[in-house]
Design a binder for this molecule. Sequence first.
Ligand code: T4K
Length: 381
Amino acid sequence: MMNSFKEHIYVTRPLLPNLDKVASRMRDIWESKWITNTGYQHKELEKQLKEFLNVEQLSLFNNGTSALILGLKALEIKGEVITTPFTFPATLQALDWNGLTPVFCDIDENLLNIDPNKIEQLITEKTSAILGVHVFGNPCDVERIQYIANQYGLKVIYDGAHAFGTEYAGRPIGSFGDMTMYSFHATKLFNTVEGGALAFKGDLLKGKLDLLKNFGIAGPEEVVLSGLNAKMNEIQAAIGLEVLKLVEEERERREKIKEVYEKNLDGIEGIRIVTQLKGMSNSYQYFVIEIDEERYGKSRDWVHEELKKYNVFTRKYFYPLCSDFKWYQHLDSSQASNLPIAKKAAKRVLAMPFYGELLEEHVESICHLLVNFSCLSELAI
Ligand code: T4K
């Protein structure tokens, strides 16, 4: 039996900047005594990220969820929104906070994103938008989705929480649709500890979003919109400015780790790499596999539990499906017959450890375990 790893190996680890450089920014913030409400660090990060992501407009938020909540509000989305059940709860909860009804659409078998072939049949007179998620940083079929939206006069919003740096046909992912949300949570490729942003077009929307995230306050004696407190503070922004310097190098390291996984998992019967994109861009946010129990010989749940014995902590992103949450179970679109691919994927997906500091020999050992699990009896592993 292979030895366990000495230390816990997690699905991800935060990209942490040099502490002295952060301390130096903290000193500046302390001296200025300006610690939140759109100070220097905030303005600088917004400017740098706008350039980095190559988008027309960008607005920073205290996390991705509040960004999406206010993004939907700013676009004045009403009624029903067609979306995917195969996502993190926040996508759906942003709809809930806006009083919107989700209509669940099945996903495509390959990238596990909303399936454009199944959107049209779900459109009713109440539909106002399509909310796609670039799951694991793999881009949705943005062209087909936009085509459908144009036919029916629908808005298109993307949850790009995983898609920092993803491109589609050479264009930045944040330039598609009416709006794209990014998450800068600690577990994301680029982080501000907690944080998020919206990418969109037009000065009008920028003005509206900047108001919405600051209680709708237009001046000392003027409140013009019902908003929220969803501002990114100076400490978050300062950390983000230092993390941003490290992102490209981190992506390169992750690319190498991805190659080690791909080489060692190649040809294992019943394992499919979801984040292996031929000729397409990915953010290197996650490395995700699908385990087909019949062909592999063990279930995803079995592998998830067994790896823990070796101190390897994978995650079942995304299980359970959002359509299975009890407050959505009554919806017609939540029924299993509407979501066969999503149901299957939720039982098969496993996010593997994936971050720049992960040692290549550890990746090889994890792959070795996956090979052994499939072909040996439990005693021999
Ligand atoms: N839309 C989508 C599609 C999303 O995936 C998310 C967030 C959102 C919207 C919402 O964006 P935010 O409002 O969060 O900006 C994590 C994150 O909390 C969440 O941000 C993320 N998606 C989701 C996919 O993953 P958990 O419950 O899995 O996190 P947790 O605490 O179990 O962390 C996972 C692993 O990361 C740990 O096992 C170890 C490591 N870790 C984590 C933290 C927090 C660290 O090493 N250090 C840390 O500080 O949700």
